[in-house]
Design a protein around this ligand. Structure first.
Ligand SMILES: [Zn+2]
Length: 451
């Protein structure tokens, strides 16, 4: 935990005491009533505002905000800006032109209490559905379900953030906690370089003690993401000696680029496929005499003949790992495989900028158990650890290494994300707003009790 060194003493105390005192103080409450008076009011407040929350989801879903529809992403940002400004947050729009995307909303509320706990809440404004996609509208399909582009991933999650804060603000329960809300405009298709597009998240996390992500995670209300796998893309370029096919395997001509890439990919699979939590997928391969790759379109063309030994191969793939250690170890093994070339061939493996993993730390597990306790005190289910393999990388990964504790997957549940069958489970809406609001209330309450 690098962050421990960075933490100022008061913040460290806050988090440490929070961890130690949490079980104790709530065990006390639970003997009479599982929720205190404020928490009961939070539940009432959330439920009274539920029609507004639904209306705000519908409004946001009906604005197309595919990552590259910059005007649409900004319009969804403006809605959030109005909603957060109304709660007294200082709201900034960070322009994204430097990384070729719309930009991000950063909204801050600072407590007057000098040692108030600082919480970063993360959402995103964009969706995977492009401007002219035919999936454009929110549609209520039953009492408990609504379909729409981004309804669960993650306009519903943004609404959970704002609705929880609204309930706390209305009840004057935000005074003892500092909050920063970041709604990024490029989660589904990150702007490059990542050092610019993710800077707001990293800065927010350096400021914060705790990061909460409101992605739909693995869409199971009984789990949250205490860990997320990291992701890095790679390109394998292999070269061989072009010659007449009759000379293949000879010392002067060797094996050609296609046999060499087959050797490399097979060795990756044999040496690493059984490692727990690690996956790597070659998703595109082009080989022959001459290869052209259009990276932007993720397309390739090639020319080659069966009587000519292949001169070039390009493979593009990804690598996902549970921790930086695991990712680095895998990369080292892959590089060793790549260096062990067949005769008369060469190969290089290039890893791109990636998403760091959010490792399963004991602090993340403790935050999850606080959240699970809130859920149970509300009469809902236990919340366990989601398998990191059941969800992709997310923005919180850029925060995790800079905060003491992080947890994701607290958003609106659903199914079919990234497809035209995306549906939100509306029964999770009030539950997850209540859980978020009460978690923040308890985090703030415990932190203040320290001083
Ligand atoms: Zn998402």
């Amino acid at each position: 935990m690098l962050r421990i060194i960075d933490l100022s003493l008061p913040s460290l105390l806050v988090v440490a005491t929070l961890i130690l005192s949490s079980n104790l103080s709530y065990a006390k409450n639970s003997s009479v009533n599982k929720l205190d008076l404020h928490e009961e009011r939070i539940v009432q407040q959330v439920n009274a505002s539920l029609p507004l929350a639904l209306q705000e989801i519908e409004q946001a879903v009906n604005i197309n905000s595919g990552s590259m529809n910059l005007a649409g992403v900004k319009r969804v940002g403006q809605l959030a800006e109005q909603q957060l400004s109304a709660l007294g947050f200082d709201v900034q729009w960070l322009d994204g032109s430097a990384f070729n995307r719309a930009g991000h909303i950063v909204a801050t509320h600072k407590s007057q209490q000098p040692n108030a706990i600082k919480i970063l809440m993360i959402g995103h404004l964009d969706t995977v559905f492009a401007q002219h996609d035919d999936f454009q509208r929110f549609k209520r399909i039953s009492q408990t379900e609504a379909s729409g582009p981004g309804v669960a991933d993650m306009k519903g999650g943004n609404t959970i953030i704002i609705s929880a804060l609204r309930a706390l603000k209305t009840l004057k329960l935000l005074d003892n906690v500092s909050i920063q809300v970041i709604l990024t405009g490029d989660e589904e298709s990150s702007g490059r370089p990542l050092s610019l597009s993710k800077k707001a998240i990293v800065d927010g996390a350096i400021w914060a003690d705790i990061a909460l992500g409101f992605e739909n995670g693995d869409n199971n209300i009984a789990t949250a993401m205490a860990a997320r796998r990291g992701y890095v893309g790679w390109t394998l370029n292999v070269s061989g000696k072009a010659a007449h096919s009759s000379q293949i395997f000879s010392p002067q001509v060797g094996y050609g680029a296609i046999y060499e890439s087959a050797r490399i990919l097979e060795a990756f699979r044999r040496q690493l496929a059984d490692e727990k939590g690690l996956t790597f997928n070659p998703g595109l391969i082009v080989g022959g005499t001459k290869v052209d790759i259009d990276g932007a379109k993720s397309m390739g063309t090639t020319f080659g003949k069966s009587n000519v030994i292949a001169q070039q191969v390009t493979v593009k793939g990804d690598l996902r790992a549970l921790s930086s250690t695991q990712a680095l170890r895998a990369q080292k093994i892959m590089q060793a495989v790549v260096a062990d070339n067949l005769n008369q061939t060469t190969a290089e493996l290039v890893f791109a900028e990636g998403y760091p993993p959010m490792a399963l730390t004991s602090n993340n597990k403790r935050l999850l158990s606080l959240y699970s306790q809130v859920s149970q005190d509300l009469g809902y289910n236990v919340v366990g650890i989601a398998n990191p393999r059941n969800a992709g990388a997310a923005d919180i990964s850029f925060a995790a290494n800079h905060v003491a504790m992080s947890l994701d997957g607290l958003g609106l549940m659903g199914s079919g994300a990234h497809t035209k069958n995306e549906v939100a489970d509306l029964t999770s809406l009030h539950k997850n707003i209540e859980k978020t609001a009460i978690l923040i209330y308890r985090l703030a309450d415990n932190a203040i009790a320290v001083h």
